[in-house]
Design a protein around this ligand. Structure first.
Ligand code: C2E
Ligand code: CA
Ligand code: CA
Length: 577
């Protein structure tokens, strides 16, 4: 057993001090030093700078009595075992003393040397055990509420804090904001560099997030690469946007991890109490929904939650379920819209446009279901079906003796990037026996701009096979004309929004003129989309646009009706030049 080296005796009665000193020195095997102080205030000053093994405390001091004495001793030296000295009549106080954190008590007049030493030793032992049990309990409580990897509060603790913050905010008529943050492409880092690097990156992110916040705000890790941040007592929702911007910026700075320098961006969704939810779960869920929207609108951005996002999420879900069955249930059809040569008025081509009739909801617009098909990957089988249908249709019109035309089919980014795309395309061209030169793929600018080197290879292959390519919605995307020179494309389709400017009073027509001029300079065919009025048509013709397509000539129609147009021409005298 360890020896007791220093005992602090806080006692004002000289007789008691003398007695205790005697008893301690009686035991020759220990050299115990007894320090005696008379006032609690002296003891406090002493304990603040000196360590002792145990404190012997009289409960009747000149400057403090009873339990208050224990409390003050405990406050200044919480880690030092405490043995209380009390008179016979004060035994009930002694029992309370134990509850207040004293390890033992001795009754004056009943103390003898061996008992005193034993009491001191046991007090020291008991204190040691209590401390380690306490530390373990604290540790367990901490790990139940914190994330092991980053040390940040976990989901449970954050929920608690949000609930408390809501109670406070209500009282102070303030708002709080919940930010849901998700890293962009974190899975890729994990997969390519390994989980240990991924974990270190998460730790680095956690540190940055903490630095971006005020002390009163909280950041928690929800799991994976998701973090939730609680901003307290904000005045306006815009305050949350300021923090979100700061966080996006901080996360995007490079991270030095081992010998790697990593770059990662994040997307953030924001919900605000009380507008977007009245409890922690709803606020987190809605911030999560807004985060997905942020990701869709381009990474490294943030979005505030809007109620329609939830409606859309539900709608999306039901659209996706419907789409999964639509092919086998033959709910799709392809309509065709004519393209007209502006010099001759003849139909030169058709654009294949997908139509979906839902068994209960009726016709659903492509703008609604195509994005869902792209997200879910269903665009691959659906796109292949449209392509086959359109090629087969072109073939059967030819077989029926109708004039030859160019069949245009829309191709989504996902299809274009798919490894099997070219093989499927060539197989369909082979099966249907159409002339590859009569097929034109419509691709948007953004499709072409992604992975430009790969794009160039695919476009080159298409050109070698004689399949044509048009740039759809031209002018809405990058509007960088340099890639037009780089990529082998055949035509550009001027977006409807520019065509609309022609007939709207006060709108500028310079863009339309410039686009037509530039495309002609590059020897590309120019097709105007969404032509609705005679004025638009006249303007386009004056500036020598090659072809046009729009409601002015015909809406997209089923194949039987299109065959009639092909046979008889467009029934509109003003079109014929
Ligand atoms: P898009 O490729 O730009 O197709 C032109 C859209 O403009 C079509 O809408 C067409 O009906 C509409 N339109 C044509 N003329 C006029 C006009 O004069 N005025 C107005 N206001 N609109 C006109 P739709 O059929 O609703 O298709 C919307 C979009 O859905 C298409 O835009 C295309 O991006 C996509 N889409 C349609 N079918 C397919 C498909 O088979 N595959 C893929 N990947 N996307 C498709
Ligand atoms: Ca198109
Ligand atoms: Ca278009």
């Amino acid at each position: 057993m360890n020896s007791i080296k220093r005992v602090l005796l806080i006692e004002d009665n000289p007789g008691d001090v003398y007695l205790l000193r005697q008893m301690l020195s009686e035991n020759s095997s220990f050299k115990t030093e007894l320090i005696n102080l008379t006032y609690m205030s002296e003891a406090e000053a002493y304990l603040a700078v000196s360590a002792v093994d145990v404190i012997l405390l009289d409960l009747g001091l000149p400057d403090v009595q009873g339990l208050d004495a224990i409390r003050r001793a405990h406050a200044v030296a919480p880690g030092i075992p405490l043995v209380v000295l009390t008179g016979l009549d004060d035994e009930s106080v002694a029992v309370q003393a134990l509850q207040q954190g004293a390890q033992d008590y001795l009754i004056k007049g009943q103390i003898e040397a061996r008992g005193l030493l034993r009491a001191l030793r046991y007090a020291i032992e008991r204190k040691k055990m209590q401390s380690s049990a306490l530390a373990m309990a604290q540790q367990m409580a901490h790990s139940a509420e914190h994330d092991f990897l980053t040390g940040l509060p976990n989901r449970m603790l954050l929920n608690d804090r949000i609930s408390q913050a809501i109670a406070l905010a209500t009282r102070h008529a303030k708002k709080i904001a919940v930010l849901f943050l998700d890293l962009d492409g974190f899975k890729h880092i994990n997969d390519s560099l390994g989980h240990p690097i991924g974990d270190m990156l998460l730790q680095s992110i956690a540190e940055r997030l903490v630095k971006c916040l005020r002390g009163s705000d909280s950041v928690s890790r929800q799991g994976g690469d998701e973090f939730v941040i609680l901003l307290l007592e904000i005045d306006r929702a815009e305050d949350a946007a300021v923090t979100a911007r700061r966080i996006l910026q901080a996360v995007a700075q490079s991270h030095a991890i081992g010998q790697h320098v990593l770059h990662v961006t994040a997307s953030i969704g924001i919900s605000v109490y009380p507008t977007d939810g009245l409890d922690a779960d709803t606020l987190i869920k809605n911030a999560d929904t807004a985060m997905y929207q942020a990701k869709e609108n381009g990474r490294r951005s943030f979005r505030f939650f809007k109620p329609v996002m939830n409606v859309r999420a539900v709608e999306r879900q039901s659209i996706e379920e419907g789409l999964r069955r639509a092919l086998e249930r033959h709910e799709f059809a392809v309509y065709y819209q004519p393209k007209v040569n502006l010099m001759t008025g003849a139909i030169t081509g058709a654009e294949a446009l997908l139509r979906w009739t839902h068994p209960t909801q009726g016709a659903i617009a492509p703008a609604q279901f195509i994005p869902v098909a792209e997200d879910s990957g269903l665009i691959l089988p659906i796109g292949a079906w449209v392509l086959r249908e359109a090629c087969a249709q072109a073939r059967s019109w030819l077989d029926a003796g109708l004039p030859a035309l160019t069949m245009a089919v829309n191709v989504s980014a996902m299809e274009f990037r798919d490894d099997g795309f070219l093989d499927r395309l060539f197989a369909i061209v082979g099966e249907t026996g159409i002339d590859p030169g009569s097929l034109e793929l419509e691709l948007t600018e953004s499709v072409l701009m992604k992975h430009a080197p790969l794009t160039a290879i695919i476009l080159q292959t298409l050109r070698e096979r004689g399949i044509r390519v048009a740039i759809d919605d031209f002018g809405t995307g990058y509007s960088s004309l340099s890639y037009l020179r780089k990529f082998p494309v055949d035509a550009v389709k001027i977006d409807q929004s520019f065509v609309r400017q022609i007939s709207s009073a006060g709108e500028d027509t310079t863009i339309v003129k410039a686009v037509i001029g530039m495309a002609r300079g590059l020897k590309l065919r120019v097709i105007a989309e969404g032509v609705e009025t005679l004025a638009e048509l006249a303007f386009l013709r004056a500036y020598r646009c090659d072809e046009a397509q729009g409601y002015y000539f015909s809406r997209p129609v089923p194949p039987e009706q299109f065959a009639v147009l092909l046979r008889n021409g467009i029934p509109e005298p003003s079109v014929v030049a």
